[in-house]
Design a protein around this ligand. Structure first.
Ligand code: HPA
Length: 244
């Protein structure tokens, strides 16, 4: 297994990673968000990519998801743990909480979302009934158990377009659709990984309550504060994954 971690908002670099190298890649789809960083954690090799660039400067709808995933495939990656900051919709998804979703609803639009577009010999429709790798999810859930880290082991991730946050009515509709979490980067990342046959799972870190779940505006200060707590738990979980 060659493991990659894609880091989202609040995880531009991993201080616990012993960095052994770094590589700039170009792809047929353009430039990935950042250099691929090679490192070791608990003696296990892994590759890290900052989804929003390093420093963080690429908004969710401008990320070159195809280049990012293509580059990882090029580097021989077989498994991706995609860390992402999200808003909480379901009751248990309080700020600072971690979740490993098992379903997705995609509300995003206008993103380059497939490798199967040009010069095709035949049209390919990937199965996406289960959008995340069951095996990789199981490993992450096991690691959380081993390290005594509280997670919610399922949930539906709703992917919005961003970069703005949602309206109260939009979150109300997403709750009716049975979304538990709301984020901006879960798609097309997950389906692109499936197209290239890479095992992919999402580690959601709740940064705030979705709009209108609790009274008041959502502030960046609140998001940053909760992400500090959540991301330190996420890093502990990544550590536990490398110990499996
Ligand atoms: N909505 C969408 N994406 C997010 C949120 C949110 O409330 N918080 C962090 N990422």
């Amino acid at each position: 297994m060659t493991l990659a971690i894609i880091g989202g908002t609040g995880l531009t670099q991993i201080s616990d990673l012993d960095i052994t190298g770094q590589q700039t890649l170009d792809t047929p789809y353009g430039k990935p968000s950042a250099d691929y960083v090679f490192g070791e954690m608990n003696g296990k090799k892994l590759i890290f990519l900052a989804r929003h660039g390093n420093p963080h400067r690429i908004p969710p709808h401008k990320i070159n998801y195809r280049a990012n995933i293509w580059g990882l495939k090029q580097l021989g990656v077989t498994d991706i743990v995609a860390v992402a900051a999200v808003g909480g919709i379901a009751k248990q998804m309080a700020p600072g909480h971690l979740a490993i979703p098992d379903q997705i609803i995609d509300y995003s639009y206008g993103r380059e979302h497939t490798f199967f577009a040009d010069n095709l010999e035949h049209v390919n429709h990937i199965d996406f009934s289960e959008p995340y790798s069951a095996l990789l999810r199981k490993r992450i859930i096991q690691a959380a158990h081993n390290a005594d880290i509280m997670i919610t082991a399922s949930g539906t991730y709703g992917c919005t377009q961003g970069p703005r946050l949602e309206t109260i009515a939009e979150i109300r509709r997403m709750a009716q659709d049975k979304c538990d979490l709301v984020g901006m980067t879960g798609m097309p990342e997950a389906s692109l990984a499936r197209e290239l046959e890479i095992n992919y799972a999402n580690l959601s870190v709740v940064a705030n309550w979705g709009a209108g779940i609790v009274p008041g505006e959502i502030t960046m200060a609140e998001i940053e504060k909760n992400l500090q707590v959540g991301m330190s738990k996420a890093i502990a979980l990544l550590q536990a994954i490398t110990l499996l």
